[in-house]
Ligand binder design. Structure first.
Ligand code: HEC
Length: 224
């Protein structure tokens, strides 16, 4: 009996504390207040900790915005008048990364880190993450192959923007991959696409000297 009364004695104040219909931003029961009321500064308030007494700190000297490149095309992959995509990797970026070969090499390394887990080392869309997603039936998460006609022909700027901003189920890499490295990855994806499209059964978007057609021309020239 006494046990029942003591339980009631505990329950009644708890029930009174939160009456039906009352609104409160606090959780109904807060036994340890110091986890709930944590010390913090409000914006515009005073902070004795800092010499100038300001809570809101000015930016550290030398702070750069995420996109520090003043060239719109370099930073967004859009043309300067914002009417379309940049068709090729901007030349100043290729130059400052040490030329196209160096850019592709850097891109290969970054691609291996950031893209291959989902898109696969060859860009066929069968990376370990994709295979796992497939195995558990999350087929909405599957990345496409880079070796279809549409992706082979999207402008370099659009590829850059896809990496920067993400697309549908793919996350954005603007924050985690520096701008010029994103262009390096574009260069490498292009190299991957060319490597696959030089198969004789696939038409190359950029016929190279030595391609079947070019070779035939050479022969005809020799015959003449
Ligand atoms: C976490 C997995 C994941 C990572 C990492 C990832 N992607 Fe994707 N990517 C996807 C998925 C999923 C899609 C398909 C998105 C959709 O259509 O919903 C996609 C789509 C794409 C497309 C096609 C866009 C289009 O126009 O349809 C390109 C190009 C692409 N990714 C490039 C990259 C590159 C380059 C990287 C490395 C910087 C990368 N992705 C990293 C998952 C990923």
């Amino acid at each position: 009996m006494t046990r029942r009364i003591s339980i009631l004695a505990l329950l009644v104040p708890t029930m009174l504390a939160g009456c039906v219909g009352d609104t409160s931003k606090e959780p109904p029961i807060v036994p340890i207040r110091n986890m709930y009321n944590q010390p913090r500064y409000d914006s515009q308030s005073k902070a004795p900790f800092f010499e100038d007494g300001r809570t809101m700190r000015p930016q550290v000297e030398g702070t750069l915005p995420v996109e520090a490149d003043p060239e719109i095309a370099h930073a967004t992959g859009r043309t300067d008048d914002n009417t379309g995509w940049v068709l090729e990797i901007p030349a100043p970026i290729v130059e400052r990364k040490g030329g196209m070969a160096a850019l592709i090499e850097r891109g290969q390394q970054r691609y291996g880190i950031y893209c291959a887990p989902c898109h696969g080392a060859s860009g066929d869309g069968r990376g370990v993450v994709a295979l796992r997603a497939d195995a558990i039936g999350a087929s909405a998460m599957l990345p496409p192959t880079f070796h279809d006609d549409r992706l082979r022909h999207i402008p370099d700027g659009q590829l850059f923007a896809t990496i920067s901003n993400g697309i549908r189920n793919m996350p954005a890499y603007r924050q985690s991959i520096p701008q010029d490295d994103r262009w390096a990855i574009v260069a490498y994806v292009r190299a991957l696409q060319l490597s696959q499209s030089s198969r004789p059964d696939a038409a190359s978007p950029n016929p190279q000297p030595g391609d079947e057609e070019g070779a035939q021309n050479d022969e005809t020239e020799q015959e003449q």
